[in-house]
Design a protein around this ligand. Structure first.
Ligand code: GLV
Ligand code: MN
Ligand code: MN
Ligand code: MN
Length: 402
């Protein structure tokens, strides 16, 4: 294992790790995120790379002058989901520095990026940095986002020393990028039982997040007869079970992974249950049909329970098909050097998916033997991390020098 990757990894690894769960809590613009951002800045400066933070808070490190255009960029994100794994995001940024260290100077400028707030764990919308840059999230909407403590995105940015008035589309910066390659931990078992440590992304399923508000009536758990209740927990629970069945029948995925209950007392029927649906499917019609069916069933059940249901779409990402020319070039190179690189679709969202609307984009996935992601058991072996850096360096050299 080359020391370059490991020593970079060891510096970053302790930041934001929870001693109890072993998972990471690196939330946009918070303390651990700030330490990760300082690490990125220090790595850029230590290499004499030109360091910039763009209007949306994304960090960039450049070898060569990006203003010349047709730049090659690699990188990922450093924030995490609550109790996330070590690799989702950081593997792509650490591999980027390790790979760039190995790539000879070529004709094209070479950049490393840390996209801000990819997971959306704090403010609810994923890929905030890349969505703002591409214009798929408007600054007006971004300014309304709040975390669970009521702190708005602009307040959080200001506390971290950034100017929230500056956020917005960044077409000139994106126009300078000729190719973006994001390396990422594979988030299922697609490579686990293959002889290949590295795969190439083909597509990202359409997906989105919907907030379901179930309004009932608070009342005493010990004195309210079952038939007199307007219990939103009941409607919520039935909705969760129905969502799973509808998704299964359609070959889609539906998850309620976050829930808030008011007033949240053990001996009180809740007045409100708020549940967030994450739904994903191979194509848009299937996704729309599944979400509409979940919503309709929730309303019908709510009608019987005396519970009002409102549904708010919080974010949505269309089907992503990565640039076929770039994808095929990378797959051919890795096949020639390493005997194969499977083409993989995924249900996971990425900044690369958002960027693909504006820039020729590709992704490399590194084998995950546990198949677990967004949880502490997420893993990649040292050998596979090394194979990822090697593949990324070869790809960057191919793009920069040929
Ligand atoms: C991002 O990791 C997502 O797919 O939710
Ligand atoms: Mn993730
Ligand atoms: Mn990620
Ligand atoms: Mn009482």
């Amino acid at each position: 294992m080359a020391d370059g990757f490991l020593s970079l990894w060891r510096d970053l690894e302790p930041i934001g790790r929870d001693a109890g769960s072993g998972g990471y809590r690196r939330f946009a613009w918070g303390g651990a995120d700030g330490e990760c951002r300082d690490w990125f800045r220090d790595q850029a400066r230590a290499r004499g790379l030109r360091y910039e933070v763009d209007r949306n808070g994304n960090q960039w490190a450049w070898r060569g002058d990006p203003e010349r255009g047709d730049a090659v960029v690699t990188g990922s994100h450093l924030d995490s989901v609550p109790d996330g794994g070590a690799f989702d995001g950081p593997l792509g940024v650490v591999s980027a520095f390790a790979a760039v260290d190995r790539v000879p100077d070529g004709g094209r400028p070479l950049g490393i990026v840390n996209f801000t707030d990819e997971e959306g764990a704090r403010f609810g919308v994923a890929c905030v940095g890349s969505r703002l840059a591409t214009g798929t999230l408007t600054p007006e909407r971004a300014r309304t986002l709040r975390d669970a403590q009521g702190i708005s995105l602009p307040q959080a940015m200001e506390r971290a020393g950034r100017d929230p008035d500056a956020i917005g589309p960044d077409p000139e910066r994106l126009a300078r990028i000729g190719a973006f390659v994001e390396l990422h931990i594979e988030q299922g078992r697609a490579l686990a039982d293959t002889p290949h440590p590295v795969g190439v992304a083909s597509a990202i399923w359409p997906h989105g997040r919907w907030r379901f508000d179930f309004h009932g009536a608070a009342n005493h758990a010990g004195t309210t007869r079952l038939e007199d209740r307007r219990d939103p927990m009941l409607t919520y629970a039935t909705t969760v079970l129905g969502a799973r069945k509808k998704a299964r029948l359609a070959g889609a995925l539906a998850t309620f992974g976050k829930v808030a209950v008011e007033p949240n007392g053990v001996n009180a029927i809740p007045s409100l249950v708020r549940g967030w649906l994450d739904a994903r499917a191979a194509d848009r019609p299937t996704l729309d049909t599944v979400v509409a069916a979940i919503e309709q069933a929730a309303r019908e059940r709510g009608g019987r329970d005396g519970v009002t249901v409102t549904v708010t779409e919080e974010s949505r990402t269309a089907l992503v098909e990565f640039d076929t020319a770039l994808r095929d070039r990378l797959a051919a190179l890795l096949t020639e050097r390493h005997g194969g690189a499977p083409l993989l679709p995924t249900g996971a969202g990425h900044d690369a998916g958002i960027l693909s609307a504006a820039v020729p984009t590709a992704m490399l996935y590194v084998r995950n033997p546990t198949g677990v992601s967004h949880a502490p058991a997420e893993h990649a072996t040292e050998d596979d991390c090394e194979a990822g850096v090697t593949a990324l360096a070869e790809v960057l050299e191919e793009l920069v020098c040929r």
